[in-house]
Ligand binder design. Structure first.
Ligand code: NAD
Length: 496
């Protein structure tokens, strides 16, 4: 296991004092209630370099209480403009620290430096977007009886819980916690045990820019302990969860006991549909990048290519050529992809590769691992399988790694059937020069976002994002994401 609670082992000696991190509860940096910590391994070399608090149910309870008192106190006394200004200040602080945050993320998470920097800049943009929107969110006046005035106010839920995965910690913190704070909620965040450090750093910056104590609390630790305690806490008024479908079910089930709403952002098996009139020069680099970005550990990765039969061989060999030269390596060297997040994920991807070969699928191309990739890191060589039947495991299940499959189709109807033919429905791509077809096919996709002649895996601060089916429900990002963190209060005033 990548993380384990062990306060006395040898590894502790190798951790620099500034790399021992505490929870942030009510504005104070505190250790876990039982004093336990978890090792933080870098996926780059598999070595321990930091420690985080192994948060307990008691810590979560303290964080929820701190959030409640901020919500009933100082935080709610601020105007929307004042709240927004604080978030914009935090955005500027994050931007100023983008290089340091990127270096920390790269080490903690293994992503190439340029991706980590892009994540830090995206976080700053989320905070700027939601901070600027805080005082533009307003309700309605409803015409009713002439003797009554009806106002519908947009109000925060109260205390919101945020369970964040390891693949894009800064971006997911930005879109979820940024929106919740802008709407006036007080928040409790549980980062993923495999990538907590940048969120802790950003929470410390939030204190420095003057966010009132308790408005933002962070409890690190294991999902089954701290995450489960947050999902089940009766003091939480709304939950935002991003992660796997299985954990999403557990979180929603726990939240149902307290009758609170949940936003679930789960996985995907997103298709890119390439018609025979597509601009291939434009498409090819995007088709490859959509699966290689972040080592394929992206919920909206373009993990399936659906290619029209007449150009199937041509596109497969062009993609294969690009795949063959891809290299996984040290993040600081800015390779095509870094290591997988942990050993379990590395093994999971390798087992999918074995199962694909076991199914008799043909490997069209395989990338490599850079010669200087450190021993002990969790590297996997990218793999491209083609042709792959639509029913195959690799076409249906989310691998969450650098594994791409290609399937041929005949006509438009078949393309739509295959694209919509998994349990997921997060993102889709359509490549064609035919304007009418692009709109027709785009509108037939069962996906929360559809890109035509482009593909935005993970991108789009301003664009509503979320899934159908096993990809989850609710929307984050954009103005719609802000509205999710509010509910309404209707005031009926009789005046005549
Ligand atoms: P995960 O479900 O294992 O963990 C996500 C978070 O949930 C972590 O913070 C973890 O500690 C916590 N957690 C684990 N068990 C818990 C429990 N019983 N109760 C409460 N919290 C618990 O997922 P992961 O491995 O971190 O992320 C990979 C998955 O997330 C993939 O399936 C991916 O597609 C999905 N994902 C989706 C999006 C999206 O926006 N749709 C974004 C990123 C990741």
């Amino acid at each position: 296991m990548r993380r384990k609670a062990d306060v006395n082992d040898q590894a502790q000696a190798s951790v620099a004092p500034d790399m021992v991190h505490r929870n942030l509860i009510g504005g104070r940096q505190v250790p876990a209630s039982n004093g336990e910590t978890l090792d933080v391994l870098s996926p780059v070399d598999g070595k321990v370099f930091a420690r985080i608090a192994a948060g307990t149910a008691q810590d979560v309870d303290a964080a929820v209480k701190a959030a409640r008192s901020a919500f009933e106190g100082e935080w709610s006394r601020l105007t929307a403009t004042e709240r927004g200004r604080l978030l914009v200040k935090l955005a500027l602080a994050v931007e100023a620290q983008a290089d340091a945050l990127a270096a920390l993320e790269s080490r903690d998470n293994g992503k190439p430096l340029r991706q980590a920097r892009a994540d830090a800049i995206a976080l700053a943009r989320y905070l700027e977007f939601y901070g600027s929107a805080a005082d533009k969110l307003h309700g309605d006046v409803i015409p009713y009886l002439n003797t009554h005035f009806i106002g519908v106010e947009r109000v925060p839920h109260g205390v919101t819980g945020h369970i964040v995965p390891w693949n894009y910690p800064m971006q997911i913190f930005g879109r979820s916690v940024g929106a919740a704070l802008a709407a006036g909620n007080a928040t409790v965040v549980k980062p993923a045990e495999d990538a907590s450090l940048t969120i802790l750093r950003v929470a410390a910056l939030a204190r420095e820019v003057g966010l009132p104590d308790g408005a933002l609390n962070v409890v690190t630790g294991l999902g089954r302990v701290a995450g489960a305690a947050l999902a089940a806490h009766p003091g939480i008024d709304f939950l935002s969860f991003t992660g796997s479908p299985e954990t999403g079910t557990a979180v929603q089930t726990a939240a149902a006991q307290n009758h609170v709403g949940v936003t679930l952002e789960l996985g995907g098996k997103s298709a890119q549909v390439v018609f025979d009139d597509a601009d291939l020069e434009r498409a090819l680099p995007v088709l490859v990048n959509a699966i290689i970005q972040n080592g394929g550990q992206t919920c909206s990765a373009g993990s399936r290519l659906l290619i029209q039969r007449g150009i199937f061989d041509k596109v497969v060999s062009a993609v294969a050529e690009r795949f063959a030269v891809l290299r996984a390596g040290r993040p600081e060297a800015d390779p095509d992809l870094g290591p997988m997040i942990n050993q379990a994920q590395q093994r999971r991807v390798q087992s999918y590769l074995e199962r694909g070969k076991g199914e008799g699928l043909s490997l069209a191309a395989s990338g490599g691992i850079a010669a200087d990739a450190p021993e002990g890191g969790f590297y996997v060589a990218p793999a491209f399988f083609a042709p792959v039947p639509h029913e195959s495991l690799l076409s249906q299940e989310e691998v969450f790694g650098p594994v791409l499959v290609a399937t041929p189709f005949g006509d438009e109807a078949e393309a739509i059937r295959l694209a919509n033919g998994t349990a997921y429905g997060l993102v889709a791509g359509v490549w064609t020069r035919d304007a009418m077809r692009s709109t027709r096919v785009g509108r037939a996709m069962r996906a929360g976002q559809v890109f035509v002649n482009c593909y935005g895996a993970g991108g789009g601060i301003e664009l509503p994002f979320g899934g159908f089916g096993r990809s989850g429900h609710g929307r984050e990002k954009g103005f719609e994401g802000l509205v999710e963190f509010t509910t309404t209060r209707t005031l009926v005033i009789a005046h005549g």
